[in-house]
Design a binder for this molecule. Sequence first.
Ligand code: VL7
Length: 135
Amino acid sequence: MPASLCGTWEMLSNINLEGYMIALGIGLSTRKIALKLKQRKVIEQVSDKYVIKTLSTFRNYVFSFRVDEEFDEFTKGLDETHCKSVVTWEGNRMVCIQKGEKKNRGWAHWIEDDKLHLELYCEGQTCKQVFKRVA
Ligand code: VL7
């Protein structure tokens, strides 16, 4: 079993969020606000169901899923599009593929050196985030 991703995590670094947001088609004014945010990640698991909450003072993004089961994702408050998403484990990485109007879109979470790592990618742009555990 991979190390548990569950817990509350606070952002330490956030590389190329700008490129990722441009790839998603986010407008300039929203990008300027989003770049200043220190995001928090809350990951919870109840039996085979996960909830991932991305929290900030500006907006929150919450969704839940079961591993290996495709679901309809609406990226409310982000780029506001519909995706057919599926989350799987690839070794110690929790990997999501988001099929929708954007090509090559998804993310991956893993633990390394007690930190939570996240890569968000869309159409050739990758945003790399690292979080430290706070609870
Ligand atoms: C989601 C920023 C930028 C629009 C608002 C910024 C509000 C706080 O999808 C994500 O994480 C996955 C994996 O943990 C789970 O959904 C990251 C936030 C990344 C996207 C788009 C800017 C508008 C930021 C919600």
